[in-house]
Design a protein around this ligand. Sequence first.
Ligand code: NAP
Length: 327
Amino acid sequence: EVHQALEWAEQRSLEVRILGGGSNIVVSDAGIEGLALHVAIRGTHFETEAEAVLLRAAAGEPWDALVADAVERNLQGLECLSGIPGFVGATPIQNVGAYGQEVAETISLVRVLDRRSRKIVHLNNDQCRFEYRNSLFKSGDPERYVVLEVTYRLVPGGEPRVRYPELMHHLTERGVSGRPSLAEVRQSVLEVRRSKSMVFDVSDPNHRSCGSFFVNPVVSQSHCDAIESTATDGTMPRYAQADGRVKIPAAWLIERAGFKRGDRFGCAGISSRHSLALVCHQGARAEEVLLLARQIRDRVEQRFGVRLMPEPVFWGFSNLDDGLPVY
Ligand code: NAP
């Protein structure tokens, strides 16, 4: 069916866009002229291999249900990735990660349709060229592959990954002491995410967003010191990277550049629970969201010399400036 859909589009000279859950895209107000292909292939398969369990999941499997299933079977490897919207097929694209865990740690194989050769091929972990929120599929050779199935290597009874203080605090507050179970970690991740409006819930006024709108920037140590002195704030969060550079939360920069949670600009706004999420209130147009994104990027750059890079995928825009559509 994927082959047929691609051929159908080719015969009509239509552009093809692959649609997952739609939780990380901004579509132009004019829409797109082309085929939006939603890969809805379903199915999961668990297979024991030596000390691991290989979980094969079709691209159209809902992600959070898969995480819940793995946790229920006491399979370690995906627990911190609870509550993320969308489908399995999207996870390798930007190497989905949260709370110190990312899919690059567990993905062993990605089955794809190569649009260039029109053949189905299997890419191993190295071939996927995973990096922080990036991969071959996102920036290496974008648009070339349609993900059909992903295999995750999980550890039966493995120790949950609890690296982030926020998660540790939450577990402690719940009275979980010693080694938490995978289910306890999942529960805490869901609650922490919910407190930031990062679990999809239509009753939440912040629910219509792309999640994080900008990638958390990584800067040199000297740039980091300069930012701290400009901000005159000794509480600046910073996370040392293996290469000597420093990761700074984009949300912190946005707030120090003068934006507040809950700010509204027409029908677009900043989430009242997380300044990294731009929210579409009723009636919002893509143009408003992008004008707000541009204002944020410009002000952060003027104040701190950091150019924030957008995280969502943009459909229907011909003019991009460092990844952000220009009106
Ligand atoms: P957060 O927990 O407030 O963290 C903000 C930034 O600080 C992130 O860059 C995060 O790095 C970093 N950080 C926090 N604690 C850290 C620690 N103990 N060690 C190293 N780095 C640390 O972020 P948030 O916006 O509320 O998001 C929560 C989690 O969801 C984060 O891990 C974030 O990356 C993730 N997330 C992922 C996606 C995605 O895959 N597209 C989208 C939205 C949020 P990391 O980014 O490396 O975690």
